[in-house]
Design a protein around this ligand. Structure first.
Ligand code: ADP
Ligand code: MG
Length: 365
């Protein structure tokens, strides 16, 4: 792999708190990597270390085979010498500058006057469909336009590496989808290496060539979207990638028994060695039934009570309670959807899931 980015043992502390904890990461030249994780796990700090906006406490960072940070050697290349474009969550446009001057800013600080004269600013504005806004001020723009200008500013110097920190999270849902597609198109067209930070799984799946799921300052899994979606490496990753249902298990009498009320055979959850396990399953993979089917081959079934059934157009989002375990089921708005919407809260039903749809992990963390 030609190395766009190679990070090794990256560590950053604020006071006594270790925010980035020996993080390793590789991004191929021209690849689009998404850093996905909950608020506070260290995504922004990692990105700021790559950009040179934070000084790490240890580790190394190589950008395109140039070492830009080495904790032991005391190397730290400043941001304007790193060939990086940055797009911030808050847009961070200068309010007293026109759009033209905002976009031109990275060229100006790099002393690239010839690029400004050659029309790179207009070109970047056109790329984000804002060519007619160059003489306005940020206060005269909508949120979507401001974010596009921030994008143009990140791309104007034609950097080899573009870092984007939650660039879509301040936009409303429709705009978010539009700008998301535009980012993907720009990446395909211009071929830069990208690292985008988000806490949104759909965004991560849509944009990433690879997704790195972050937990407490480290990468828990780094894989293609397909691999992350189908084979999440841990309970934590599974939960983060939409397997919102959690079923706990304990080994009992040579089989597995769940406090949610299910029982399966000793080999039904795969090869496990411990006494406890946790399964994850997507709402789409659960089925609802009036009562437990008799002919359930290769599936797990549970008795439950209805909590709510929310109509969602093409599906109904159903919440049920199996003893103390809450489960979410997504049902199509066909017969099953019509039937479930006829039930009252508290009425009994059964749910099932094919064993093949469960992802099961050792322990009960
Ligand atoms: N400049 C700072 N000084 C002290 N603590 C900070 C600073 N920046 C971030 N933190 C803390 O570091 C942790 C990780 O922050 P951040 O990297 O912004 O996470 P994320 O982007 O994943 O939400 C948080 O607990 C945050 O409060
Ligand atoms: Mg952040």
């Amino acid at each position: 792999m030609a190395s766009g980015i190679a990070v090794s043992g990256l560590t950053k502390r604020f006071g006594r708190t270790t925010v980035v904890d020996g993080l390793d990461l590789e991004v191929g030249e021209g690849d689009f990597l998404v850093l996905l994780g909950p608020s506070g796990c260290g995504k922004t700090t990692t990105l700021r270390c790559l950009a040179g906006l934070e000084t790490p406490d240890g580790g190394t960072i190589q950008l395109r085979d140039t070492t830009v940070f080495d904790g032991r050697r005391g190397w730290n290349v400043p941001i304007h010498k790193r060939d990086i474009g940055m797009v911030f969550q808050s847009y961070a446009l200068w309010p007293h500058m026109t759009v033209r001057k905002n976009i031109a800013y990275p060229l100006k600080v790099r002393g690239r006057r010839e690029a400004i004269a050659d029309g790179w600013v207009e070109n970047a504005a056109d790329m984000v469909h804002c060519g007619d806004l160059l003489d306005r001020y940020p206060a005269q723009l909508s949120g979507g336009q401001q974010q596009r200008i921030a994008l143009a500013r990140g791309l104007v110097a034609r950097p080899g590496l573009v870092l984007l920190d939650e660039p879509l999270s301040n936009l409303d849902a429709k705009l978010r989808d539009q700008v998301r597609t535009e980012i993907r198109e720009l990446h395909q067209e211009l071929g830069f290496t990208a690292v985008l930070v988000t806490h949104d799984q759909d965004e991560a799946l849509a944009l990433g060539d690879r997704i790195a799921i972050m937990r407490d300052g480290r990468i828990e899994q780094c894989d293609t979207p397909e691999r992350v979606y189908v084979e999440p490496a841990s309970d934590y990753v599974a939960a983060f990638i939409g397997m919102s249902n959690r079923i706990e298990w304990e080994r009992v009498d040579g089989g597995w028994s769940s406090p949610a009320g299910a029982r399966v055979g000793p080999d039904d959850l795969g090869a496990l060695t411990g006494q406890r396990a946790v399964s994850r399953v997507r709402p789409d993979d659960l089925r609802v039934h009036p009562r437990q089917p008799d002919d359930l081959e290769g599936a797990v079934a549970l008795d439950a009570d209805l909590v709510t059934a929310e109509y969602g157009g093409r599906h109904v989002d159903v919440t049920v309670r199996a003893k103390e375990t809450r489960l979410h089921v997504r049902v199509g708005t066909g017969d099953a959807g019509t039937w479930i919407r006829s039930l009252k809260p508290g009425e009994p039903l059964a749910v099932s899931a094919p064993l093949a749809s469960l992802r099961t992990y050792e322990g009960d963390r």
